[in-house]
Design a protein around this ligand. Sequence first.
Ligand SMILES: Cc1cc2nc3c(=O)[nH]c(=O)nc-3n(C[C@H](O)[C@H](O)[C@H](O)COP(=O)(O)O)c2cc1C
Length: 405
Amino acid sequence: MNPSDMSNRRALLKFLAASPLLGSIAAAERALAEERFIQSAAEGLDVFEFEAAARNILPPAHWGYLSSGVDGDVTLRANSAAYARWQLRARRLVDVSKMDLSTEVFGTKMATPLFLSPIGSQRAFHQLGELEVAKAAKSRNALQVVSTVASMPLETIIETRGAPVWLQLYTTNKMDAMQKIVKRAEKAGCPVVAVTVDTPAGRNTATATRLRRDDTRTCSNCHVVGPTGNPAPNLALKPLFAGIDTQGLGQTSPSLTWDFIKRLRDMTTMKIVLKGIEDEEDARLAVQHGADGVYVSNHGGRALESGRGTVESLSEVVRGADGKIPVLLDGGIRRGTDVYKALALGASAVGIGRPQVWGLASFGQAGVERVLDILNMELRLAMAGCGARNVREISAASLYDTRRG
Ligand SMILES: Cc1cc2nc3c(=O)[nH]c(=O)nc-3n(C[C@H](O)[C@H](O)[C@H](O)COP(=O)(O)O)c2cc1C
């Protein structure tokens, strides 16, 4: 259902509730009372209101794809829960009348350190998918990272964004196919490629599979069954695979090793970031093998089950990177204070996956904009409360670690 369908539904419910001619008045009134979802992006006060609105509007299978972790969703829950470990230390009587949230990573200037993580198949959430996100990214000057399995052509996304985006790369299992994607992204002007390394062997998205059973639509038009029996994008339908033989092509390769970085380096001038690093030693290896950056992520709890929340791995990864390369992070960010904590623990920028889609699904561009605005407003308030006037002044000194006391 799109937003206009939703307002039509409300209008119908109102009509039924008001009509003396229809027998279901009580039921309609009850349904109307239960309609507590925000009706416009501007009404949203926190990202959870967009989550509720998105859930209400999306078909079960697409909601399942969005909300699913793996197995029992334990890592997924850990991502958000982990932020509670740290509390903020307030600082007083600092002049915070002028605040500057802007930052820069690899020469990409951003209005704030909050960026839009790569999410595949965004047309599953809004008819214009990635283009609505690009419009919001443009109006808020936010970095957009575009998925290999985006449902809109990369060049159109960049044109809509009006500035370069970063490419998220699934390597596929065939080097020549990957090279075509990399070359296309380079030609389109992407300055950075974030290679996802966290799902080498597929995954078991049980929640998504369960919710798909409630969906009466035909899914095989868009999806194929992946290696673990779970639905996977049909690569042949994805614009970045146009002109590439997708017969027998997998999204990822189970045989990648560290020498892959050099192979990619020989292929492209784009900066190389490894997405999905969670371990100190891996961060060290990334530096040794010439990666330009690491991106702490567990794919939003969609890769390894029973893992830690990403923010709990952050300090270790920062130690492994040793100030030599920037560290990015995503996973479980739902509040500006979460962003603040991740920055204080050493992240250079912080991404949102699902909250971006909650905004997209419920109100398109306006929804993504409002989600960004809310999180950035919360971040600004956290910074002011901790006496940090710009992102450089955010430091671990303003965190209280409840584990250490
Ligand atoms: C529906 C969905 C699709 C995703 N698609 C991709 C993708 O194509 N490539 C990728 O590297 N990560 C993908 N991710 C992971 C996100 O980039 C990001 O790591 C994660 O969503 C962050 O966690 P959060 O959703 O709690 O913010 C996806 C996540 C979701 C929820």
